[in-house]
Design a protein around this ligand. Structure first.
Ligand SMILES: [Zn+2]
Length: 151
């Protein structure tokens, strides 16, 4: 399960839950995603996802545990407040333990993957194009939905 921040052409922001990135793409292509506020299907994914690169030795298990809280299919479903709480905890964890490389995330992840710089956990932002390149190069990373901290 993945959560994406979406925005409609009238600038309404909302979250969409999808089984996978492919699931999102398919629904987007078939115009099945509509804005809950105004109903338009002119909806886009907000390009700034927060992402982390996790190397084998480091805190992989910890971050996995945190992610499972968010990714598992909850039954009964989490309330919005509970989901937000978990997301905030995950972000707090990342901020404490991961170096912030900002928009250089994709480049930095690639350098680490190829052993060109010291291996360390990082987080930052990336565009969907950059993430597609990382996917093509089999460079591991995780997408974390960004909590609505700025509103
Ligand atoms: Zn709207």
């Amino acid at each position: 399960m993945v959560i994406y921040d979406l925005i409609c052409k009238r600038n309404h922001r909302f979250e969409g839950w999808f089984p996978s990135f492919e699931g999102y793409q398919e629904q987007a292509a078939r115009k099945l995603i509509s804005c809950p506020t105004c109903g338009t299907t002119a909806v886009e994914k907000i390009p700034h996802a927060c992402a982390v690169h996790v190397n084998k030795e480091s805190k992989k298990e910890d971050i996995k545990k945190e992610q499972q809280h968010i990714e598992k299919d909850p039954s009964p479903p989490l309330s919005e407040a509970e989901a937000k709480e978990l997301l905030l905890r995950l972000h707090h964890y990342v901020r404490e333990n991961f170096e912030d490389v900002g928009p250089r995330f994709a480049e930095e992840a690639r350098q680490i993957f190829h052993g060109k710089v010291k291996s360390r956990p990082i987080h930052g932002t990336s565009t969907s194009e950059e993430r597609q390149e990382l996917d093509e190069e089999d460079i591991p990373y995780a997408i974390i939905p960004k909590p609505d901290l700025d509103s």
